[in-house]
Design a binder for this molecule. Structure first.
Ligand code: DGL
Length: 255
């Protein structure tokens, strides 16, 4: 039992899609959320640049007493989580694109994965596909520009729709009936993506599964809180007012 907070990090607001699942499952915990707004997006950065950013954020979260850190960003997890686990004494829980459940659910044998370029290029991602694909064809689609649209709070405008159409078209044409949302920003676009791809296509993200994993780790390490309030301390590397404004827009749109 502890009163220390859970640290949650992302390149921007995407990790809030995971934070919401954490708050739902663990209402007695407190959280510190760090948005690396000034360095967003991570998707076009080198592995080393992403590792360096996650190290800086980890130091900040640990200085504020975080007992566990959720790397609520697929790109950062793929690039850096092993390094972080080897370097710091607290548990880290990372994101894992939903390849395994997608393979279990596809009927056409074709799964599409929407994610950032850096995530799709990562060794950890390739290992995940090699482990779970079996006979299923996994088609990957990098989505430059989508994270920026979410960061602008533009979840269904014409520009965002055009990008979603552009990125899902090849997957639909190939016969994908399951699409993995392999970036924590994309759950905010789920209503739009669902509208574009139609009701026959299943959209999968892993926010809820990651929250359950956090609960298991807290239990295992005897770190569960009993008297937190689900409060969040918001930190960011960019302009805090801008960050607050985007949060408000996301809440308004997808509460
Ligand atoms: N939310 C991050 C992810 O899950 C976005 C990465 C980026 O900043 O490009 O991959």
């Amino acid at each position: 039992m502890t009163v220390a907070p859970i640290g949650v990090m992302d390149s921007g607001v995407g990790g809030i899609s995971v934070l919401r699942e954490l708050q739902r499952l663990l209402p007695n915990e407190d959280f510190i959320y760090y948005a690396d707004h000034a360095h967003c997006p991570y998707g076009g950065k080198s592995r080393q640049a992403i590792v360096d950013r996650t190290v800086a954020i980890t130091e900040e979260l640990l200085a504020r007493g975080a007992k566990l850190i959720v790397v609520a960003c697929n790109t950062a997890t793929i690039a850096a989580v092993e390094y972080l686990r080897a370097s710091y004494p607290v548990p880290f829980v990372g994101m894992e694109p939903a390849i395994k459940p997608a393979v279990a659910q596809t009927r056409t044998g074709i799964v599409g994965v929407l994610a950032t370029g850096a995530a799709l290029a990562g060794e950890k991602f390739h290992a995940l596909v090699a482990q779970h694909a079996g006979g299923v064809r996994i088609i990957t689609q990098p989505c430059p520009g989508l994270v920026e649209q979410v960061e602008r709070g533009d979840l269904n405008g014409p520009q965002t729709r055009a990008l979603v159409e552009q990125y899902t078209r090849p997957l639909l044409a190939a016969g994908a009936d399951v699409m993995v949302l392999g970036c924590t920003h994309y759950p905010f676009l789920k209503p739009l993506i669902a509208e574009v791809v139609g009701p026959e296509v299943v959209l999968l993200d892993t926010g809820a599964a990651v929250a359950r994993q956090v609960e298991r780790v807290l239990q295992r390490e005897s770190l569960l809180a009993v008297d937190g309030r689900g409060g969040v301390e918001w930190l960011c590397s960019g302009d805090p007012q801008e960050f607050a404004a985007i949060r408000a827009r996301l809440t308004e749109f997808s509460a």
